[in-house]
Design a protein around this ligand. Structure first.
Ligand code: ARG
Length: 588
């Protein structure tokens, strides 16, 4: 089913063309005066400038030709030259019927699916997940789900940070604490133990300790650097330690991402790119792209017309070690070989933008990916505390993700146990579902590139533009449906009827706008578009709910029609929150 905006836009296009006007003027957009009309077209004003005609005269001509259009209840020309469009009630009803019967609520999947790799998450092995990783996971997961709904073939890759100095730091610290471990014996040729010489909690303590020491102690730092290099060059004992670090850390990460309903198809990391680095570097040299500058191997990526300086891409340090640029480039080597993606989308902190400009340019310049491959950087803003500074614990430390989730869940639990008669266990489970919605919606309702304030009180409120408000609306509809069914009702036996008042009509209009919302979120890489849509839909529902006697009316046909509409609203909301990455409880 085409969205109603598209259907109307096509009609308006035809009329513009029939009047000898270019179709580019016939753009139809959602009205910014919903009190006056549903959609609007401002093309008469643009056309007037070119034709040297009065805009209102053009608008009136267009409107006259739209008089018989069955999609519209009304087309009106308004000074100075707006064209106001009001959707026909029949179109609302027939669109709702289609949504109810077609797959994906009438949203048509693309006929030409692209292969898309989404790179999000990006946690660093051996470091606890902290709030900085939250946005990458939440936004990336939602985009993946939206892209798939649209029909794209998406492969998600976590791209673990498992290759840098942090590994060398851990090895160095361990060597200091337990020098007798077999991993440090260079003459050892046997098999290494299966069991890791540390637990996740120990690992999470070892890393920050080592990191702090390396900042104070130059010698310690150079030992860590050397250990990193040796590990990258394949020293056996260090490699074995690396795989222990990986196993212990990945098991823990999986638990954390599960809790967030975030999942990945590929658990590859920077280290997986290592084997492609030598070949890639040789090729870059052979083709004359890479050259030595101040000891390091670099590729120039500055282009004519750059308004700011774009420094060269760093391929190898003077000691031959690989860098962040190098692993991202070599990762593109295997991604291209294994998947030949049409696009690769990176959901990463916007402060890394320069890195990606360099990597993208270098990958195209050196032919690692074809020119036509889309490399897209979706940079997100910082999650701040109420003081406007990056979110911290009360003590001022970096907030662990698990701590943040637990805090929110506790808060939700108190609210739920206060309002509802539930067992403690039920309330705990409900709090987890609602807590996740509070966190995710609080994040996703903002434009990704913007910084936002993580305000626990606001995010957990049942009122306003929040996750709990959305879930509360869903639960409320669910309870209406349940009561109707318990009383023996079967709404599928009834047709959806023409709306009889404004709140019913508005609810229908918002419901049929589902496809438009998906299109917007997809085209603009903007889950916030979907959030804004469901917020309006919930408002329309609550308005309707307060104005209408639903189950209390006598007229069974009207009641059946209401319940069908509400059940569809609920489906739209459930589908939408699933695309945002959370779910709804039965009651709350
Ligand atoms: N591990 C990195 C960090 O914590 C993020 C990785 C982002 N993805 C990428 N392909 N570079 O900053």
């Amino acid at each position: 089913m085409k969205s109603i905006r598209r259907q109307i836009a096509e009609e308006v296009c035809k009329v513009f063309a029939a009047h000898g006007l270019d179709e580019s003027y016939a753009k139809v957009s959602v009205s910014n005066r919903p009190d006056l009309c549903d959609y609007q077209c401002n093309g008469a004003m643009a056309a007037a400038k070119v034709l040297h005609k009065a805009p209102i005269a053009i608008a009136e001509e267009i409107v006259a030709s739209l008089a018989d259009c069955p999609l519209l209840e009304e087309a009106e020309a308004v000074k100075p030259g707006f064209i106001n469009l009001t959707v026909a009630k029949d179109l609302l009803v027939s669109s709702l019927e289609k949504m109810d019967h077609e797959e994906q609520l009438g949203y048509e999947k693309t006929s030409a699916p692209k292969t898309v790799i989404m790179d999000y998450g990006g946690p660093n092995v051996a470091k606890p997940l902290h709030v900085g990783h939250l946005r990458a996971a939440i936004i990336g997961e939602s985009l993946k789900r939206i892209w798939r709904f649209v029909g794209e073939n998406v492969i998600s890759d976590i791209h673990l940070g498992d290759w840098g100095l942090q590994m060398g730091l851990i090895v160095t610290e361990l060597a200091g604490r337990q020098p007798d471990l077999v991993y440090f014996d260079e003459d050892y040729t046997g098999e290494y133990p299966k069991e890791a010489p540390f637990t996740i909690s120990e690992l999470e303590e070892i890393y920050p300790t080592a990191s702090a020491k390396s900042k104070e102690d130059k010698d310690y730092y150079s030992r860590a650097l050397a250990a990193t290099k040796e590990m990258q060059d394949g020293r056996r004992g260090y490699q074995a330690l690396l795989s222990h670090i990986m196993n212990v850390s990945v098991t823990d990460l999986k638990k954390n991402y599960d809790r967030l309903s975030v999942s990945f198809d590929l658990w590859k990391g920077e280290a997986d790119a290592a084997e492609y680095i030598p070949g890639m570097v040789e090729q870059m040299k052979a083709d004359g792209f890479a050259y030595v500058s101040e000891g390091a191997l670099v590729v120039d990526v500055a282009e004519e017309g750059d308004t700011k300086e774009i420094p060269p891409c760093m391929i190898l340090k003077s000691d031959g070690a690989a860098l962040y640029d190098t692993t991202d480039l070599a990762t593109l080597v295997w991604r291209e070989r294994d998947y030949h993606p049409d696009s690769v989308i990176y959901v990463v902190d916007k402060r890394q933008e320069m890195h990606f400009v360099q990597v993208f340019r270098c990958a195209k310049k050196t032919g690692i990916v074809p020119q036509e491959t889309e490399l897209y950087f979706l940079g997100f803003g910082t999650m701040n505390g109420k003081d406007g500074k990056p979110f911290k614990t009360r003590e001022g430390g970096v907030m662990r993700l698990s701590e943040l989730i637990s805090d929110i869940n506790d808060k939700m639990y108190e609210k739920i146990i206060e309002n509802q008669t539930m067992t403690e266990e039920e309330a705990r489970q409900t709090a987890e579902i609602v807590g996740l919605a509070a966190i995710k919606y609080g994040d996703l309702s903002n434009q990704p590139s913007k910084d936002y304030v993580f305000d626990v009180d606001r995010f957990t409120s049942f009122e306003g533009n929040t996750g709990p408000y959305i879930l509360y609306s869903i639960v409320r509809i669910g309870s209406i449906l349940r009561k109707y069914h318990e009383a023996g009702g079967d709404e599928t036996a009834y047709a959806i009827r023409t709306p009889e008042n404004d709140s019913e009509r508005d609810l229908m209009l918002q419901t049929v706008r589902f496809s438009e919302a998906i299109d917007g979120a997809y085209r603009e890489y903007a889950p916030n578009r979907l959030c804004a849509y469901i917020y309006e839909l919930c408002n329309a529902f609550n308005h309707f709910y307060h104005e209408t006697r639903i189950l209390a009316i006598e007229d069974e046909e009207k009641k059946g029609s209401y319940v069908r509409l509400l059940s569809l609203v609920r489906d739209v909301l459930l589908t939408s929150i699933d695309l945002l990455g959370f779910s709804a409880p039965e009651k709350m």
